[in-house]
Structure formats: structure tokens, C-alpha cells
Design a protein around this ligand. Structure first.
Ligand code: ADP
Ligand code: MG
Length: 801
């Protein structure tokens, strides 16, 4: 465009110069023609320039494209190179070998062979094991066991090796595959690179050729440019720029060449690395081969070991087998000898079998006969039992009779003395001095020092001061238990006030006396017999004061009770209104005693005084029924704490005191009379002379038993009373002379005599024994008739049947 404008101006300037001369017309024409020619040439040149410029632009864009392409190729190559380097590294870390396959196959074959060998050995071993051990504890078996263990170990090791081999095989496989893959990839990439290189160098060549042709062209252009330069500086500038661009492109090409060179260098490097890697792979392969060889060697040695072990085991097994065979031969010979025994055993067995078959029948028969026998035996036993029961009843009667006879022979009245210890109340000085001594050889003798003389007395037993409540109870407990058998029993505590009567009968809370102990004993005895007998125990508590009987368990203790004959004509006595408490335990007893005490306490202001002036009675009734025989018994135990036996001087007492003394004297004398009459089997026993004897009539007569506990004080000041008490005791005892020698040496203990006793002389026991009664002496010949009378009088307790 610029070129066209410039041409136009040049044409205008030429027209002006033609007007200045007509002679210069041909020249002008020539010039115009040349000008037009030039103009044409210029146009052509401009067209050529334009085409060149276009070509250049095209080339430029081509070169641009080529350079970007090369850039991307370089990038790709770089990436591939990195990938290959990584691949090489990976390959380096892994071992691989191509020849391992062969080894693997060989090993597999070897392995298969070993497996078969092993199977064979196992089968042999199984066989050996199945055979019975010939000798369990011999050396061979131990060795064999050891060998077996070793074999098992070797098998285990072989198994391990096998698994290791399989692992290695697998690894080799994998590595071989990977190596082949890598080689392929390497080959591919090398081929690609070669191709690429080829292509690039071809292109480079083309470019160089093009550039050379382009360089070769500029001569005419230069000329044109030079001519055009005059006209257009712009064209010049454009050319310059094109040249600069050309220069730049050439530089670019140079750089690309440089890059290409570098890439070639890199390619060479990577090829070098590849060869190195290959060498390494080769090395690894050789190492693998070596390891494989080692493994084979190990396996070989193991195989040898195994074979050796098997051989040894086999040899031992053979030896063992030999021994087993020998044993077998022995057993066979044994078997031959055993056969006859077996035959006899079989015969026996058959015989037994027959017996077993017949057994139920035999059993039935045996059972039948046994049943019959048992029935008969039971019948016999029943008969025997009936007979025994009859005999038992007869024996009971006999026993009772014997007992009665024994009592009659032995005497049913016993007299026991008890000396209380010296107490604070006795004071001190000569008055409180001890006046009682004992015989160490004879516990029935007591010596009393009275007014300077020693007097000795013989009783059934004497308890010294240190005797305990239990000791005393032990002596009387047989008497107490006899009341369970239906006997009537009386136990009297006799003695002056303060001699220990209440202590012996009642005792203290901590140390109870006969009363409580007797009841406890009765409870336990009754309990023991409870399987055969049913018992009830009832208790009455009464007192006799001034010959009046009072019920201490009644609602009105001050009421006087009467003693009456039973209206049934049995001759038995009873006290209407006398309370009877049924007792079953110690608690019951305590309640009863407490109740009795309370009644006594509220009734009298001075209890101590009163109690010493009255007789206290505890009446225990034991009623029993024998379950088997229906026999009924009733026993009565009368425990009597008598009033004080001390004498009251005629002049010293007046009024009520004297009356009390008279009543006491009367009743104690009456008791003595009754006992005397009973002992001497008198026809008349004066029971009615006092309330006490009248009340106790049925407990004193017949086969009843009586115990007189004579309490004495040991101190000097009481010796007179002690003397009286002991004399009373000895007299009671002395009337018991036994049936053959029984004599009517009885004395009447009238109240008058009792009161006047103080004045009488002190007598020796022998003289006391020969003391004869003035009024009621009874000849011995009367004793039998008296007994008859007593037995028929109805006052005796009926003998239980
Ligand atoms: P009684 O009833 O004869 O009048 P007590 O039994 O009341 O006489 O006894 C009078 C005192 O002597 C009481 O203090 C009593 O504790 C005591 N006594 C009696 N006998 C003994 C004995 N064997 N052991 C210890 N103390 C006794
Ligand atoms: Mg008393």
C-alpha cells in the first residue's frame, strides 16, 4: 500500500519536469517508459516481497509450531526419563532372574520325588506303629520313639523348605515377568526415541535447507531493496525487522540444537544406566542361582539325614518285629495250653447258665418258704412278746413285793445328821467355839463335847459343815426318785432354830436346797421315761401353825383347812380346798415358791420368827400311767421344814409364845410317837395326835419311806439343844432293829417328856438304845399281826399292778 502511494508521487513529479522542455520529449518518454517499467518492476518486487513476507510469516509460524512441538517432546522425554529412572530403581530393589524358571522346575521335580519318598516312609511308619509294642520299656522302643521324633522334625523342616521353595518360585516368576515387561518397555521407548530423533533431525535438516534457500535468495532482493530503499525507508525498516526476526529464529534453532544435544546426552546417559541395570540384574540372577544351589545342597543333606533316619528306624523296627514274632510264638504256645482250661470254663459257664435259667423258679420257692418262715417267726415273736409282757408285769409285782420286803428289812426310816458351819451370827469367844467332831473312819458317827464330856452318837450318816447342798441331795435322791415308782416319801428337817433346816430344804437362790433339786430331778426322770410313761407333777404348799393347816397357794391363806376322809370309803385322806399346781419346768417351781413366800410374808409381820414357829410343807404328787400296761401309779413327796425344836423354859414363856411352844412340842412329840409306833409295828399309830402326822398319815405308813434330817449347830452355846436333837435322832433310828430282833423298846415322846427333857441326864448312845418305854412297849410277837392290820387298814397306798 505504502509502496503504491510512493509510486504515485514519483509519477506526479515526473509530469511537471516534462512540461519544462519539448525537446526532451523522447527522453522523457523513455524515462516514462523506464519509469513505468520500473513501476512495473517495483510492483512485481512488491508482490514478491509480499509473497516473501507471507512465506516468512508462514515459516515463522511453522518454526514456532516446531519449537513448541520440540518443547513438548523434550518435556515428554524428560517425563519418560524420570519414569525409566524410577523403573530402574524399582528393578534395582527387586531381584529377578530369567533362569530361575529352570531351577524352579528342577526343584519341583525334586520335591515331588521327596514327597513320594516321604509318603512311603509314612506308610511304613504307620505299619510299624500299628504293630503291638513287643516290649514297652526296652531300649529299642525308646530309640524308635526318638527316631520318630527326629523324623517328625525332619518332616517339619522339609515342609518348611517346601513352602520356602514355593515362595521363592513364585517370586522368581513374578520377577521374570516384570523383567520381561521392563525390557519390552525399554525397547519400545528406545525405538520411540530413535524415531523421534530421526524425525527431529529430518526436520532440522529441512529447516536448515529452507533457511539456506532463504539465505541464498536475498541477492536480487537486496538490489531491489537498495533501489526501493531510496523510495521507502519503511520497507527498509520492515526488512530490518524481518532480518532481526530471522536472526532470532536462527538463534532459536541453535538453542533447539543445543537442547537436542543435551537430550542426546541424556539419552546416552539413560542407555548407560540401562546397561548398568542389566549388569546388576545379571549379578542378581547369579546370586539367586547361588542361593538356589545352596538350598538344593541343604535339601540334599536333609534328604540324606531323612533317609538315614528312616533306615535306622527300619532296622530297629525289624529287630522289634523279630522280638514281637518271638513273643507271638510264646503266646501261641500259651494259647495251646489254655485251650483245655477254656473248654472246662465253657462247660462251667454252660452249667451256670442253666442254673441262672432255673434261678427265678428257685427264688420264688425260696421266697415262698422264707415268707412262711418269717410269718411263723413273727407269730413266735408275738407270742414271746405277749409272754414277756406277762412276765414283765409279774416281775413288776415281784419287784414291788421285794422292794417292800427290802424296805421292811432295811427299815424305811433313815436318820441323817447335818452340822452347819459356824457363822458370823454365832458371834465369837468361847460360846462360839466348836463343840462337834467327827470320826474320820466312820461317817455315821458324831462326837459332841457337852459340859466337858464327849458324847458320841451313831446315825445313818452325818454330814460335816463342809458338805455341800449337792452332797446332801445325792444322799436323798434315790428316795425322791422312788416316788416316781409310786412310793410315798417324807423328808423332815428337824432341829433347833438356826441349825440350818431352811437352808437344807430351801437353800438360797445361788445354791438351792432339796426342794428345788428334787423337783428338777423329778422332771428329768419323768422326761427320760416319757417314751413309756405319762406323768403329771403337781405341787401344794402348806403350813401348820398352832395346829392350824393353811394353804399357802390358796386365794385366802389365812383360812384354816380341814383334813377329811375320802367319801369313797377307800380310807384315804384329803384336804378339801388345798391348791394343787401342775408344774412342768423350773420356772413353774420358782413361781410356785415365790407365790407361797408372798402369801406367808403378807400374812406375818415377823416372818423369821413365824417360820421358826411353824411347819412348812411342800407336797409334790407324781401321777404316772404306763402306756403299754395301762398301769397307774401315784407317789407323794412331802418335804417338811419343821418348826424349831428348841425347848422353851416353863417359866420363860407366857401367853402366845407359850401356846406356840406347846403346839410345837405337841406336834414334834406326835411325830416321834408316830414314827415309834410305825417302827415297832404297833397296832395303833397315833396319827391323829397332831395335824402334821394326820396330814402325812398315808405318807408315813405302809411301804412309805421317811428321812429325818437332823440339823445341828456346832457351837458351844448350842450344845444342850444339839444334844437333844441328836438324842431324838438316835432314838428314831434305834427303834429300827430289823424284823428278827425287833424289840418293843419304844418310848412315848409325850409333849411333857419333850419339854422336860432338858432336866434329864445326858445318855450314851448305848444307853439311849436300851431306853425302854414305860407306856407303850410292844412285844415282838405282835409285829406280824400289826403288819397285817396295816395292810388291811386301807391307809396304805394300793400296790400298783
Ligand atoms: P433354821 O431354818 O434351822 O432356823 P437356817 O436354815 O435359817 O436355820 O440357817 C441359819 C443360818 O445358818 C442361815 O444364815 C443359813 O444361811 C446358815 N446356814 C445353815 N446351814 C448352813 C450350811 N450348811 N452352810 C452355810 N450356811 C448355813
Ligand atoms: Mg428355818
Amino acid at each position: 500500500m505504502n509502496v503504491e502511494k510512493t509510486g504515485g508521487r514519483l509519477f506526479g513529479t515526473g509530469k511537471c519536469s516534462g512540461l519544462s522542455g519539448t525537446r526532451q520529449l523522447p527522453m522523457i518518454q523513455k524515462m516514462v517508459e523506464s519509469m513505468s517499467q520500473l513501476q512495473e518492476e517495483k510492483g512485481q518486487l512488491q508482490e514478491q516481497l509480499m509473497a516473501l513476507q507471507k512465506k516468512l510469516a508462514l515459516r515463522e509460524s511453522d518454526q514456532q509450531a516446531v519449537s513448541t512441538q520440540l518443547q513438548t517432546q523434550v518435556e515428554n522425554l524428560k517425563e519418560k526419563l524420570i519414569g525409566q529412572v524410577q523403573e530402574v530403581n524399582r528393578l534395582r530393589s527387586e531381584l529377578g532372574g530369567t533362569d530361575l524358571e529352570k531351577h524352579r522346575d528342577l526343584l519341583m521335580v525334586e520335591n515331588e520325588r521327596l514327597r513320594q519318598d516321604m509318603k512311603r516312609c509314612e506308610a511304613e511308619l504307620q505299619e510299624l506303629r500299628a504293630r503291638p509294642p513287643p516290649c514297652s520299656e526296652c531300649e529299642h522302643s525308646k530309640e524308635s520313639a526318638q527316631l520318630r521324633e527326629k523324623l517328625a522334625q525332619l518332616q517339619l523342616e522339609t515342609e518348611e523348605n517346601k513352602s520356602r521353595l514355593a515362595e521363592l518360585d513364585l517370586e522368581v516368576h513374578q520377577k521374570t515377568d516384570r523383567l520381561a515387561e521392563v525390557e519390552l518397555r525399554l525397547k519400545d521407548s528406545l525405538a520411540e526415541k530413535a524415531e523421534e530423533e530421526e524425525r527431529l533431525s529430518r526436520r532440522l535438516r529441512d529447516s536448515q535447507e529452507t533457511i539456506a534457500t532463504l539465505k541464498a535468495q536475498p541477492q536480487p532482493i537486496k538490489y531491489i531493496i537498495k533501489t526501493v530503499e531510496v523510495d521507502s525507508s519503511k520497507t527498509k525498516q520492515a526488512l530490518c525487522e524481518t532480518e532481526a526476526r530471522n536472526q532470532y529464529l536462527q538463534e532459536q534453532v541453535g538453542m533447539q540444537r543445543q537442547v537436542l544435544k543435551e537430550m542426546e546426552q541424556q539419552l546416552q546417559n539413560s542407555q548407560h544406566t540401562t546397561t548398568q541395570l542389566k549388569a546388576q540384574i545379571m549379578m542378581y540372577e547369579s546370586e539367586l542361582e547361588r542361593a538356589h544351589g545352596q538350598m538344593l545342597e541343604e535339601m540334599q543333606t536333609m534328604e540324606e539325614d531323612k533317609n538315614r533316619a528312616i533306615e535306622e528306624a527300619f532296622a530297629r523296627a525289624q529287630v522289634e518285629m523279630k522280638a514281637v514274632h518271638e513273643n507271638l510264638a510264646g503266646v501261641r504256645t500259651n494259647l495251646l495250653t489254655l485251650q483245655p482250661a477254656l473248654r472246662t470254663l465253657t462247660n462251667d459257664y454252660n452249667g451256670l447258665k442253666r442254673q441262672v435259667r432255673d434261678f427265678p423258679l428257685l427264688l420264688q420257692e425260696a421266697l415262698k418258704s422264707a415268707k412262711a418262715e418269717i410269718g411263723q417267726a413273727i407269730e413266735e415273736v408275738n407270742n414271746t412278746n405277749r409272754e414277756l409282757l406277762r412276765k414283765y408285769r409279774r416281775e413288776l409285782q415281784l419287784r414291788k413285793k421285794c422292794h417292800n420286803e427290802l424296805v421292811r428289812l432295811k427299815g424305811n426310816i433313815r436318820v441323817i445328821g447335818r452340822v452347819r458351819p459356824i457363822t458370823k451370827e454365832d458371834g465369837d469367844g468361847s460360846e462360839a467355839a466348836n463343840a462337834v467332831t467327827f470320826d474320820s473312819d466312820d461317817d455315821a458317827v458324831i462326837h459332841l463335847l457337852h459340859k466337858g464330856k464327849s458324847v458320841s452318837f451313831e446315825l445313818d450318816k452325818v454330814f460335816p459343815p463342809h458338805a455341800t447342798q449337792q452332797d446332801v441331795f445325792q444322799e436323798v435322791q434315790a428316795l425322791i426318785t422312788s416316788c416316781i415308782d409310786g412310793y410315798n416319801v417324807c423328808i423332815f428337817a428337824y432341829g433347833q432354830t438356826g441349825a440350818g433346816k431352811t437352808y437344807t430344804m430351801e437353800g438360797t437362790v445361788e445354791n438351792p436346797g432339796i426342794n428345788q433339786r428334787a423337783l428338777q430331778l423329778l422332771f428329768s426322770e419323768v422326761q427320760e421315761k416319757s417314751s413309756d410313761w405319762e406323768y403329771t407333777i403337781t405341787v401344794s404348799v402348806a403350813e401348820i401353825y398352832n395346829e392350824a393347816l393353811r394353804d399357802l397357794l390358796g386365794k385366802e391363806p389365812q383360812e384354816k383347812l380341814e383334813i377329811k376322809l375320802c367319801p369313797d370309803g377307800s380310807g384315804q385322806l384329803y384336804v378339801p380346798g388345798l391348791t394343787e399346781f401342775k408344774v412342768q419346768s423350773v420356772e413353774d417351781i420358782n413361781r410356785v415358791f415365790e407365790f407361797g413366800h408372798t402369801n406367808r410374808t403378807t400374812e406375818y409381820t415377823n416372818l423369821n420368827e413365824h417360820s421358826s414357829r411353824s411347819h412348812a410343807l411342800l407336797i409334790i404328787t407324781v401321777r404316772g400311767t404306763d402306756y403299754s400296761t395301762g398301769l397307774r401309779t401315784t407317789g407323794k413327796l412331802n418335804l417338811v421344814d419343821l418348826a424349831g425344836s428348841e425347848r422353851v423354859g416353863k417359866s420363860g414363856a407366857e401367853g402366845s409364845r407359850l401356846r406356840e411352844a406347846q403346839y410345837i412340842n405337841k406336834s414334834l412329840s406326835a411325830l416321834g410317837d408316830v414314827i415309834s409306833a410305825l417302827r415297832s409295828r404297833q397296832g395303833h399309830v397315833p396319827f391323829r395326835n397332831s395335824k402334821l402326822t394326820y396330814l402325812l398319815q398315808d405318807s408315813l405308813s405302809g411301804d412309805s419311806k421317811t428321812l429325818m434330817l437332823v440339823q445341828v449347830s456346832p457351837v458351844e452355846k448350842n450344845t444342850s439343844e444339839t444334844l437333844c436333837s441328836l438324842k431324838f435322832a438316835e432314838r428314831v433310828r434305834s427303834v429300827e432293829l430289823g424284823p428278827g430282833s425287833r424289840r418293843a423298846e419304844l418310848m412315848s415322846w409325850s409333849s411333857q417328856e419333850h419339854l422336860e427333857f432338858e432336866g434329864s441326864l445326858v445318855q450314851t448312845p448305848s444307853s439311849a438304845r436300851s431306853y425302854s418305854s414305860s407306856s407303850s412297849g410292844t412285844p415282838i410277837s405282835r409285829s406280824s399281826s400289826i403288819r397285817r392290820k396295816l395292810q388291811t387298814s386301807g391307809k396304805m397306798k394300793p400296790v400298783p399292778v
